[in-house]
Design a protein around this ligand. Structure first.
Ligand SMILES: Cc1ncc(COP(=O)(O)O)c(C=O)c1O
Length: 419
């Protein structure tokens, strides 16, 4: 901080001073689109970033909350983005969706919709519960905490996969919802959605597929001929899906979508209220005011890249993943976790101190996400990481050798997802 906040506010500064301050602050910390950033930097090229920025800034002051009344173009962009997603994820006619501010809000709204649906369809569930694999995103617990539900999170993930037997055993009369992720963040291996769908069907549960990471990746892997178990609305049991546009959709934050199999289900999603002096307040989201910028940026990027552009980016990530998995597996002492089947690669070691390897890689300018259990590293690829595969593997090999020799001192960096 340059000055005390109170002082900053008491004396006006010229715009030039502010611009310089912003540039200095921004450029002396991590650059999000750096090629050596393998921790969630969804970069699809300078052309995509500038178009998204143009679209975002041209819709800056508009509020999507008033889309229906004042800004029909925002409504239209939202509807078109949702329609594209429903097509990609093979939703039946009559399916619908809405744009939220992020994966957490999409998941929150999915849990809220399932809860209100269950109040009607499963009235015997007096202490409603959700069954989730061990690797499901923390947002399910956040949502359940806020909505008064219980989460039955599996304690194990055998072979880095969902514990199907544990999930089946956790279902009882109070269970209203079951979750699968395509893929989950932790290990990047798509959950066995067809088997989870069979459980949902057998017990009449709401099935949510969290495709926040994979929703804009898996359809293009399929286009490229990669064989994948069905993970989307093609399975009749899938009631809802979350897809983040600010991840592999390449829109700016915050933009995600909650998709519902059937328009009739929106009755359980929406909040309607009119006991105040300004008339009906009716929203599909948790938020009230919503920036139109993220929606405009999503629409612009999706239209610009089209199916062909996304497929090309996914093709490059697939190539990078194959080379990375091969290279990591060749480094003695390292092992890839599970079966990476999207754009995420998780790996660790039965013998080496992974936190020290991360420390050494950080010193060499790499930004990596840590895994805690088992200790490891999670790589999230973007469409430019094929350019750094060889450098990364060379540094990783050196880092492993240094750790093996006992040459690396630990830093105090804890493994945190966010604080
Ligand atoms: C699988 C998965 N679901 C949900 C989320 C939550 O998304 P957000 O951070 O946009 O709220 C994430 C974030 O990384 C994720 O990886």
């Amino acid at each position: 901080m340059t000055d005390q906040p109170a002082e900053l506010f008491s004396t006006r500064r010229p715009a030039e001073w502010i611009r310089a301050e912003l540039a200095q602050a921004r450029d002396t910390e991590a650059r999000w689109a750096d090629r050596r950033n393998l921790r969630a930097s969804y970069f699809a090229g300078d052309d995509v970033v500038s178009l998204a920025a143009e679209a975002f800034s041209s819709y800056l002051g508009k509020n999507a909350l008033y889309g229906a009344l004042a800004y029909p173009s925002v409504r239209r962009f939202e509807a078109e983005v949702v329609a594209i997603l429903l097509g990609l994820l093979r939703a039946p006619s009559g399916a619908t969706g809405s744009i939220t501010t992020g994966g957490t809000e999409s998941i929150f709204m999915a849990v809220k919709t399932a809860r209100d649906w269950a109040r009607r369809s499963k009235p015997h569930a007096t202490a409603p519960a959700i069954v989730v694999p061990r690797t499901a995103h923390a947002a399910f617990d956040k949502a359940a905490h806020l909505l008064g539900l219980t989460v039955r999170r599996m304690a194990h993930s055998p072979g880095f996969a969902a514990d199907l037997d544990g999930m089946a055993a956790a279902i009882d009369d109070d269970t209203i919802m079951i979750v699968g992720s395509a893929p989950p963040y932790a290990y990047g291996m798509v959950d066995p959605i067809p088997a989870i769908a069979a459980l949902a069907e057998r017990h009449g549960l709401w099935l949510h597929v969290d495709a926040c990471v994979g929703g804009m990746v898996l359809p293009f892997l399929r286009d490229l001929g990669v064989s994948l178990p069905t993970f989307d609305f093609a399975l009749p049991a899938v009631a809802s899906m979350s897809v983040d546009l600010h991840k592999y959709g390449y829109a700016f934050h915050g933009c995600s979508a909650l998709l519902l199999r059937d328009e009739a289900l929106t009755a359980f999603q929406r909040f309607d209220f009119d006991a105040w002096p300004v008339g009906l307040y009716s929203t599909a989201n948790f938020t009230g005011s919503r920036g139109a910028g993220p929606i405009a940026s999503a629409w612009a990027v999706m239209t610009y890249l089209g199916r062909e552009g996304y497929r090309a980016l996914v093709g490059r990530m697939l190539e990078a993943r194959i080379r990375l998995v091969d290279g990591i597996s060749r480094i003695e002492g390292l092992e890839v976790f599970g079966r990476p089947d999207t754009t995420l690669v998780a790996f660790g070691s039965p013998s080496l101190a992974m936190p020290l390897i991360v420390d050494e890689m950080n010193r060499r300018g790499w930004t990596l996400a840590r895994l805690t259990d088992p200790p490891g590293i999670l790589l999230l690829l973007n469409g430019f990481h094929h350019e750094i595969v060889e450098d990364f593997l060379a540094d990783l090999g050196d880092a492993v050798a240094r750790v093996r020799r006992g040459d690396v001192r630990p830093t105090a960096q804890p493994a945190v997802y966010t604080v």
